[in-house]
Design a protein around this ligand. Structure first.
Ligand code: IPM
Ligand code: MN
Length: 355
């Protein structure tokens, strides 16, 4: 197959982890005879520095003409410490999601047997956890207008808005996932307080009738935050609005032992984007210590979702599993003798080539 991949490394550890994913993709391409063309694009703080825009038009064009986007991370502390910064790197990521129409962010949460001891949670609670969070990605408080400050600067406001159409679109996807998996769907909201959540709940209740084989349940987000830690095996497919999904998936990453491990797929109208759920980890940038597995597993999701190449996707997953088993891991999850970012990437690529 001929494949065009856009590489958007972004900021912080982005370039290092994307390089490892490329090694792995190359190993797969060699083994399965795919011809892959990579093109690099700017996004985030580096795009502000070089092009004055966190998501330049050129990058947008590149994404549109590609078959998939592999994305690293975004964010730079120089902007975090300046709440008045007018242009922020994160706007690049949000613009990319909005312009590509990526309304669904799929975040699988799972454990690897060899990492059970790495989680601060008890093994019996997390062993065998396997659920997915479907996070709505282009609506809610992240994008709602009006937003801003009063003239005197002493009042600030954001708006959480959802249309019925936006809710139906993401819920259809969630119902379909639930059908493919165990048939259980949990809608997470705050319908006891928020009007937008009440529209989510009303819409889901109505749609439930179209999906009689899906067992639908509802949970308030505060309760869901607790259940993810106390009883995560109760979940199979969870669907929720943008900000709740952002927060709950960082929380859920504790189950698998490191935020550095979890991949995600953002899908919607135009080209899909594959990215780890972690941020740009600026303290580690350039040190060759960051965990590349979230990005490598995102490449696995890319083969599965964007190219429908299941064997390729499974082999990447298997190689990651083997690297964990054999302790070829970075310092965030190493017991002793941590490996560098590039060493982990080399090992996984090599495993793929020789298996
Ligand atoms: C994520 C990130 C982003 C988000 C930030 C960097 C804007 O935390 O992908 O989860 O909040 O969506
Ligand atoms: Mn986040």
């Amino acid at each position: 197959m001929n494949i065009r991949i856009a590489l958007l490394s972004g900021d912080g550890i982005g370039p290092e982890i994307i390089s490892q994913a490329v090694k792995v993709v190359e190993a797969i391409a060699g083994k399965f005879n795919h011809k892959i063309r990579y093109e690099k694009g700017l996004v985030g703080a580096i795009a502000i520095d070089k092009a004055g825009n966190p998501f330049p038009d050129e990058t947008f064009e590149l994404c549109k003409r590609s078959d998939a986007v592999l994305f690293g991370a975004i964010g730079d502390p120089k902007y975090d410490m300046d709440p008045k910064a007018f242009i922020r790197p994160e706007q690049g990521l949000l613009a990319m999601r909005k312009k590509l129409g990526l309304f669904a962010n799929i975040r699988p949460v799972f454990t690897f047997p060899s990492l059970i001891e790495k989680s601060p949670l008890k093994p019996e609670i997390i062993d065998g956890v396997d659920f997915i969070v479907i996070r709505e990605l282009t609506g809610g408080i992240y994008f709602g207008e009006p937003r801003g400050r009063s003239e005197d600067g002493n009042v600030a406001f954001d708006t959480c808005i959802y249309t019925r159409e936006e809710i139906e679109r993401i819920l259809h996807l969630a119902f379909q996932y639930a059908k493919k998996r165990s048939g259980k769907l949990t809608v997470v909201d705050k319908a006891n307080v928020l009007a937008s959540s009440r529209l989510w709940r009303e819409t889901a209740q109505k749609m439930g009738k179209e999906y009689p084989d899906v067992d639908l349940d509802f949970m308030f987000v505060d309760n869901a935050a607790m259940q993810i830690i106390q009883n995560p095996k109760r979940f199979d497919v969870m669907v929720t609005e943008n900000m709740f999904g952002d927060i709950l998936t960082d929380e859920a990453s504790v189950i698998c032992g490191s935020l550095g491990l979890l991949p995600s797929a953002s899908i919607g109208k135009l080209t899909s984007v594959f990215e780890p759920i972690h941020g740009s980890y600026p303290q580690a940038a350039g040190k060759n210590i960051a965990n590349p597995l979230g990005t490598i597993l995102s490449a696995s999701l890319m083969f599965n979702y964007a190219f429908k190449l299941k064997d390729e996707a499974s082999l990447i997953y298997l190689a990651v599993e083997q690297s964990l088993k054999q302790g070829i891991v970075t310092e965030d999850i190493a017991n002793d003798n941590p490996k560098t970012t590039s060493k982990v990437g080399d090992w996984i690529a090599n495993y793929i080539e020789s298996n």
